[in-house]
Design a protein around this ligand. Structure first.
Ligand code: B1M
Length: 220
C-alpha cells in the first residue's frame, strides 16, 4: 500500500465512525509532515468520499453513515483544510474576475463546490456562491444582477445534469450566451458532457477549475 492509500483507508475508517478527533489529527499530522492542504484534500479526503460512495452503492453502508462521513469531513475542512488553504493565499491583490458558483437544482452536494469556491478566492477571484439546489432561472438572473464574468456549476447527481444544460439554453434564449463563459464540474460530469451541453469548460478538480477559469478569462 502506498502512503496515500494507508492514510486514505485510515481516514475512511475515521469518517465512517464519525471520529472527528482522529480525522482532524490525521489531517493535522499530514500537514505537519509537509503535505499541502490541497494535496491532502485531493489525495485523501476526495478518494475517501468516493470509497464511501461505492460502499453506499453496494449497500455495505446506508444513508446515516454517508451523512456521518460527510459531516465529519465538513468538520475536518472547517478546522484544518480551509484555514490552511486560506493561509497559503497567493496574495493576489487585483481581482482576476467574478465567478458565480452554484450546485444545481435538486442537488444538495456541496463539499466539492465549497473547495472550488475557496480555491478560486485564494487565487484572486471574487466568488458569488449561491449555495445548493439553485434553479437555472435563478442562476441566470443572479449572473446578470452581479455582472459576473463566469458561471460555474456543480452537480453530483446525474438526474440534475439537465439543469446545467437549461442554464446554457436560457443564456442562449436571452441572446446573452457570449457574455458568460460556463464551466461545470462535480462527480456527475465529465468533459464530453460539458461539450455536449455547450459549456465552455470542465473542471475535474478544484485546482483544474481555477486553471480553467483563468483560461476562460485569458489570464493564463
Ligand atoms: Co450523495 N450521492 N446522495 N450524499 N454522495 C453521491 C453523489 C453518489 C455518487 C453515491 C453513490 O451512490 N455512489 C450518488 C449519486 C448517484 C448518481 O446520481 N449517479 C449519491 C446519492 C444517490 C445521494 C442521495 C440521493 C442519497 C439518498 O438520499 N438516498 C442524496 C441526494 C441528496 C440531494 O442532493 N438531493 C445524497 C446525499 C448525500 C449526503 C447529504 C449524505 C452527502 C453530501 C453532503 C454535502 O455535500 N454537504 C453525500 C455524499 C458525501 C456523497 C458522496 C459519498 C461524496 C460526495 C463528495 O463530497 N465527494 C458521493 C459519492 C461520489 O462522489 N462518488 C455521493 C468529494 C468531492 C470533493 O468531490 O463534489 O466531485 P466533487 O468535487 C470535486 C470535483 O468534482 C471538482 O472539484 C472538487 C474537488 O476536487 N468540482 C468542480 C466539483 N464541482 C466543480 C465545479 C467546477 C470545477 C470543478 O467548476 C464550476
Amino acid at each position: 500500500m502506498s502512503d496515500w492509500e494507508t492514510k486514505q483507508s485510515e481516514f475512511t475508517k475515521n469518517i465512517l465512525a464519525g471520529d472527528e478527533e482522529a480525522a482532524i489529527a490525521l489531517a493535522r499530522n499530514s500537514l505537519g509532515e509537509g503535505t499541502t492542504p490541497v494535496e491532502f484534500f485531493e489525495n485523501c479526503i476526495s478518494p475517501a468520499l468516493q470509497d464511501i460512495g461505492k460502499r453506499f452503492e453496494t449497500l455495505d453502508i446506508f444513508l446515516p453513515e454517508m451523512v456521518t462521513a460527510a459531516d465529519t469531513v465538513e468538520k475536518v475542512n472547517s478546522e484544518v483544510i480551509n484555514p490552511a488553504v486560506a493561509e497559503a493565499n497567493t496574495g493576489e491583490s487585483m481581482s482576476l474576475g467574478k465567478v458565480l458558483l452554484a450546485t444545481v437544482q435538486g442537488d444538495l452536494h456541496d463539499i466539492g463546490k465549497n473547495m472550488v469556491a475557496l480555491m478560486l478566492k485564494v487565487n484572486g477571484f471574487e466568488v458569488v456562491d449561491l449555495g445548493t439546489n439553485v434553479a437555472p432561472a435563478d442562476i441566470v438572473a443572479r449572473a446578470e444582477q452581479e455582472n459576473v464574468d463566469i458561471i460555474g456549476m456543480s452537480a453530483l447527481l446525474t438526474t440534475c445534469l439537465p439543469y446545467m444544460k437549461d442554464v446554457c439554453d436560457f443564456l442562449e434564449g436571452k441572446g446573452i450566451r457570449q457574455n458568460y463563459p460556463v464551466i461545470i464540474g462535480g462527480a456527475a460530469t465529465h468533459p464530453e458532457i460539458a461539450e455536449e451541453m455547450g459549456a465552455n469548460a470542465h473542471g475535474g478538480s478544484a485546482a483544474e477549475g481555477v486553471e480553467k477559469c483563468k483560461m476562460l478569462l485569458g489570464k493564463l
